[in-house]
Design a protein. Structure first.
Length: 144
């Protein structure tokens, strides 16, 4: 049986400007005893006033499950407020970012299928993202 405890998870700063701990990546975990690479699970934290950098996962779908805090999610040209208890579906190859609009940490789970891979993550050039203040202009520098 494979059980991971968030208390033992090491956080690291990722390129999108959030702090992340990979709770479960079954294909990479030696204890899993299987070769399933269909899903990964991470715990993310965005500090008050911060916004993740616009990016997209080329081939993976993603679900954010909001645990704590308040935020504003942007997927392509749609923007919505998010709060604890809500799940947000992010289709593959969708431009996305999330902003912490509260006074405490915004904490959420990230479920990625197929599992997150560095080469699938595509960061988009942009000036400072200001969600809710008009359209954010982005250009994908990594597209073919």
């Amino acid at each position: 049986m494979l059980i991971k405890d968030i208390k033992n998870c090491e956080y690291f700063r990722v390129l999108d400007n959030s702090s992340l701990c990979e709770l479960l990546q079954v294909a990479k975990d030696k204890e899993a005893r299987c070769s399933v690479s269909s899903v990964s699970l991470a715990h993310a934290i965005v500090k008050p006033g911060e916004t993740t950098l616009p990016h997209k996962l080329k081939t993976s779908a993603e679900v954010y499950f909001i645990l704590e805090g308040a935020g504003r999610m942007k997927i392509e040209d749609e923007t919505a407020e998010v709060r604890p208890g809500q799940a947000v579906y992010i289709p593959p190859n969708s431009r996305q970012c999330i902003q912490n609009t509260g006074s405490s940490d915004l904490k959420f789970l990230c479920v990625v299928s197929p599992m997150w891979r560095k080469e699938d993550d595509c960061f988009l050039s942009s000036t400072r993202t200001n969600l809710g203040q008009g359209k954010v202009e982005t250009k994908n520098e990594n597209e073919d």
